[in-house]
Design a protein around this ligand. Sequence first.
Ligand code: GRF
Length: 220
Amino acid sequence: MLAPLRIAVLASGRGSNFAALLAARDRDELPVEFVLVASDKADAGALQLAQMAGIPTAVMDPRDYAERRDYDFALFDRIAATKPDLLVLAGFMRIIDGDALKPWVGRMINIHPSLLPKYRGLHTHRRALKAGDAEHGASVHYVTAELDGGPVIAQTVLPIQAGDNENALAERLLPLEHQLLCAVVALIAAGRLSFGASDISLDGEPLRKPLRWLDGTLIR
Ligand code: GRF
């Protein structure tokens, strides 16, 4: 049996994605150990959840650092000290310096609420609605120096309904995001996914397009 995957989570906000990972672990569906939950915001919901679950936490305030870059290097030093196998950005609302994240490329994933490469950055629901898209969704991707631009591992697709607004769309998408993130972390924990120089492999075979979350399973 593989040793549990050591995960560090970075989150700035309410922490529902982290909560979903924690719940999956508690149901014995994810063989993972959370070694750290780190945040740039002292009031992040994810920190509270971690504390209640007995998981180490770290708050690092960007205002304590002269330069953005100094913050990022300090943050990653703190994370590295916990020796994680995987870093999960679960609603971490900062752009990370490319040099600081370089050592983690292939070991860091992000959940983003759009069908990448569409709508990198913020306000994805609003932008999908404004464009009149028929479908919206979420993506889990490896993090590289390009914002929301790393190779996409898997996506979940959600039809946009007549009369949808930003909130309704966000609300319907969120549970799918949670499922998608847990499913991708499960693949990584099982040692089935890897990211080389620029290619993702699943079970040793190159992944030519993102996996799709459909009916409770990831399909090629
Ligand atoms: C999610 O929509 C995620 O896709 C985005 O930020 C949001 C975080 O939500 N990156 P939560 O803090 O996990 O509840």
